[in-house]
Each structure stands twice: as structure tokens, then as C-alpha cells.
Design a protein around this ligand. Structure first.
Ligand code: CA
Ligand code: CA
Length: 501
């Protein structure tokens, strides 16, 4: 099982149209991710939390932020200052406390897959998962890699270097990681010819010779070696690769950046395009390792029939998400709707598309069902979509997904709760804003950009029942999960749940 997890990759940042309703990027080229879509199932309503830690915490715990092991609502804190208002005395709600990472009880998604006899590997960004990883994780290889590097080069301190290996005076070439430092040497001819050349896509590889290595390549190197090693041992595995790419600072690989600059993109856009395509080529390398683990060019050892492969992003893109409104950090679709493709040769129909809404909490029960692990003793908030993947069902019985945010994240997010509700094949989404005690309702199928708040007009008769149901379901969920709301700064009284008549 291979879980490839991009950071901040937007809904329309991939060139395939399968996960985004035919709105694949015309600028960025992602042929390897596109091939994965052609070989598996894409989801057009794949959801996450609004940013890194909360999504990872939900994925790994199988719980909403409100869950007892979770409690991760935001990166850093629930009181991230609005850069314009500067300071909290002016803000109406004092947020509750939150966790920075999930409580580790040995019940994570890693422990679950270990229950099926899989060896687990985590290489990449930990954010929201315990850091350092607790013993309950039972991981042989904890992912502790960070993409911001510091060191001393030629006697001078280097701070805030993003992604590129450092030639540190003490450590030599390093990513500051005991796991991927062995891959930190600059690009040489052998590496270029044997590792990168098979994935060349109009990029001039000679530009890389002798230049420092990009961390995304280092993570790719590690992942390929891990697949090779596990296959040689005939030991089944769960390889979880939470890439740092394409999170800021935007740093592409030189040859790929040059490719897009030559096409006339400005420096900033070319850098981003080069970073997206580096992610794609690394995905290609990892997928190739599943097909030819020993790298001898023959597919006698192809693991595709035994290997479920997931490609997903942790939140919406930072640079626009097509017709969706908003970017990473918000509850409008641009913040929480991402590309998701899942391949399993012989099990999942190639080139298929599902518009069933799925969320990061759903992976835990889905993988458990596919691996036959009994998780009835766990508190899980998600629903298995294994039968969607196998084609036995086109719909989950589940009607609702929820989001809850009892605080402030700079200018992007204020205290609010959201319900996504399915009626047949249609999705409706309702927001509640605690400070103003107001609601908004959108019909996503007709209005993916969430431009027309249906509650602003006189609510059509036929929507009355739906509005009541959604308000009632959201309030019931808040009560059931005892979702924290904080207190009013004016008098210290608790912020109430919405009132539903
Ligand atoms: Ca992210
Ligand atoms: Ca082979």
C-alpha cells in the first residue's frame, strides 16, 4: 500500500481532468499523476480540513477535529492574529485550547495497518501527527524530515533554506535528516542518467549536473529504496509519503523551472510549475518502483496487483483552484476540495470517476475494510468507501460531512461550522458563523464557486425542509461531539451552538 500525499496541491493543479470535472491545468504537466487517474478511480468531491496539521491529524486518527484523540483544529493555534486588526482584545470570541498533534494511544492508522501484518514506513512531513512520534506509533522509520534547513556553510550561518540540500561545514551534504541524508549529494551524471532520465518530459537534465539536490528527489530516492527492500524481503508494506511539496517557499527543480520559463511563464509561476512537475516525476518514480521493484527493466516482479496506491493533497491550493472560491485555510471549496485518485490493479476500475463525497477521516475505515482489520473497538468518525472503490456501490449511505473551527486563522477563517449534505446525487453546503449567528447555503452542483447564497433570497418552498434538516443535523453533531466553541470576550460566557427552531 502506497499513500502519496501532496502538500497544498490545488484541485486544478494536476493536468488530468478526472478529479476536477474536466478542469485539469493547461499550464502544469503532471503526466505520471494523470496516468494514475487513468489506471484508477478519481474523486471529484474529495475533501480535507483547511490546512496541514488538521488534515493529517484527521487522516491518522480517523476522527474529526472534535474527536477525543484528535483536537487539532489549526496549524499552531486557534488564535492566529488577523494581520489587519492586530490583536485579540478586538476579537469577539476567545478560542478554546487545542492540540498541536493527536494524542498517541497506539491507535493510529499506522497501528491499524500493522494489525494486518504490514510493515509501516513514514517518510516526509509529520505536522499534526505526534512529533517526535510516540512509541505507540510502532514505526520503524518515523518521518521527521523538515523542508526548512539551517546550518553553517563556509563558516557562515545559513538560515531558512528551503528544500535544497546544504553543504554543512560539520555534516557535509545534508537535509538534516538521518533518513534521507544518504541521498543528499549533488546531482551527478549517473543519477541523472539512471534515475531522472526515464521521466524526462522536455526538461534539460544537464542543467542539474553538480547542483544541490532537491529534498523531493531525496524523499523519492528513499521511497524507491524502501519499496525495493520490502519486495526483496517479500514483506508487505504501507509506505506513507507526505511530501512537503508544493508548500511554500516555492522552490522548483532547476531543469523543470527552466522548461516553464522558456514557455514564457514569469519567474514565480515557472518556479511553481517546476515544483509541481518535480512532485509529479517523483510520483512517477515511486509508481515505477512498484512495477519494477528490482529495477532490472522487466516486470516479472510487478507488485501492482498487490498494491493499493493513493494520491491525495492535504488542503486546497495556495494559487487558485479553478472555479472554486478561496485557497488553503478556508472552508469554501477552494480550501478543502482536492485531487484524489486511487489505483489497485484488478480491483478498481481504470479511468473511473466517483462523485461520492469522501473526507480524510474516511481513509482509516476504508483501509481497515480492504485489509480485513477489525476496528469495531475504535472511535472512528469516517465511513469506509471500499465498496465505492470496488464498484459494488456508487453511493455511501452517509448523508453529512462536517467541519468546525472555533477560532481565528489570520484573515482567512473565523469561528464557524459547516455541513455538507447530500440529497440523491446533489450536494448542498451550509455555513454557520458564530459571531454574527448567520447562515449561508450553497448548491455545489450548480454553484461550485459558492457565489449564490440561497438564503439571501426568499428560500424556495421546496428548500424549507432541507434547510431545517441541515441546521438540525449540524447542531445535533455539535452537541454529540461536544464541539468546543470558546467564550465571548465581552463577558466570558460560552459561545452557544446555533439555535434551531
Ligand atoms: Ca498543507
Ligand atoms: Ca524487475
Amino acid at each position: 500500500m502506497v499513500f502519496l500525499f501532496a502538500d497544498d496541491l490545488g484541485w486544478t493543479d494536476v493536468s488530468t481532468g478526472n478529479p476536477n470535472g474536466g478542469r485539469g491545468s493547461k499550464v502544469y504537466e503532471t503526466p505520471n499523476i494523470d496516468r494514475l487517474a487513468e489506471q484508477g478511480m478519481s474523486f471529484t468531491y474529495a475533501y480535507t480540513q483547511q490546512n496541514c496539521s488538521p488534515t493529517r491529524a484527521s487522516l491518522v486518527s480517523g476522527q474529526y477535529a472534535t474527536g477525543p484523540d484528535n483536537g487539532v483544529y489549526n496549524v499552531r493555534s486557534l488564535a492566529r492574529q488577523d494581520k489587519r486588526t492586530k490583536g485579540f482584545p478586538d476579537l469577539p470570541v476567545i478560542p478554546p485550547e487545542q492540540r498541536k498533534a493527536i494524542d498517541d494511544h497506539g491507535r493510529s492508522i499506522f497501528n491499524m495497518v500493522q494489525g494486518a501484518g504490514l510493515h509501516t514506513c513514514f517518510i516526509g512531513k509529520s505536522h499534526g501527527t505526534p512529533h517526535p512520534l510516540g512509541e505507540g506509533y510502532g514505526l520503524d522509520i518515523p518521518g521527521d524530515v523538515h523542508h526548512i534547513l539551517e546550518g553553517t556553510v563556509d563558516g557562515k550561518p545559513v538560515k531558512n533554506q528551503h528544500y535544497m540540500a546544504l553543504n554543512d561545514d560539520q555534516k557535509g551534504w545534508t537535509f538534516l535528516s538521518k533518513f534521507i541524508d544518504r541521498y543528499a549529494e549533488p546531482y551527478d551524471t549517473t543519477y541523472i542518467d539512471t534515475v531522472l532520465k526515464p521521466f524526462r518530459n522536455g526538461n534539460e537534465l544537464s542543467l542539474l549536473k553538480g547542483t544541490p539536490k532537491h529534498m523531493t528527489d531525496g524523499i523519492g530516492d528513499y521511497s524507491v529504496d524502501y519499496i525495493r527492500q520490502q519486495t526483496a524481503k517479500a514483506e508487505p508494506f504501507f509506505l506513507y509519503v507526505p511530501f512537503h511539496a508544493v508548500h511554500t517557499n516555492i522552490v522548483g527543480r532547476k531543469d523543470l523551472v527552466a522548461k516553464y520559463a522558456e514557455r514564457g511563464l514569469n519567474a514565480r509561476d515557472a518556479e511553481y510549475a517546476g515544483m509541481v512537475e518535480l512532485l509529479d516525476q517523483t510520483v512517477g518514480r515511486i509508481l515505477q518502483a512498484v512495477k519494477d521493484p528490482n529495477g532490472d527493466g522487466s516486470f516479472d516482479d510487478d507488485q501492482s496487483a498487490e498494491t493499493l496506491i493513493i494520491f491525495y493533497s492535504d488542503n486546497g491550493g495556495m494559487r487558485g483552484n479553478g472555479p472554486l472560491t478561496g485557497r488553503k485555510g478556508v472552508f469554501t471549496e477552494g480550501g478543502i476540495r482536492v485531487p484524489l485518485m486511487i489505483k489497485w490493479q484488478g480491483v478498481i476500475q481504470p479511468d473511473s470517476i466517483s462523485n461520492q463525497a469522501v473526507h480524510c477521516i474516511d481513509f482509516y475505515p476504508t483501509l481497515a475494510e480492504m485489509l480485513n482489520v477489525d476496528v469495531s473497538d475504535r472511535q472512528l468518525d469516517g465511513t469506509s468507501f471500499a465498496e465505492i472503490l470496488t464498484g459494488e456501490k456508487t453511493r455511501l449511505d452517509r448523508k453529512n460531512l462536517f467541519w468546525h473551527f472555533p477560532g481565528y486563522m489570520d484573515e482567512r477563517l473565523r469561528p464557524s461550522s459547516v455541513i455538507l449534505h447530500r440529497v440523491g446525487d446533489e450536494y448542498y453546503k451550509m455555513f454557520y458563523f458564530y459571531e454574527t449567528e448567520t447562515w449561508e447555503l450553497y448548491h455545489l452542483n450548480e454553484d461550485p464557486g459558492e457565489k449564490a447564497n440561497l438564503l439571501e433570497q426568499r428560500v424556495p418552498e421546496q428548500l424549507n425542509g432541507l434547510v431545517r434538516t441541515m441546521k438540525r443535523d449540524l447542531t445535533a453533531w455539535l452537541e454529540d461531539t461536544q464541539a468546543p466553541t470558546g467564550t465571548w470576550s465581552k463577558d466570558g460566557s460560552p459561545v452557544p451552538y446555533p439555535e434551531v427552531e
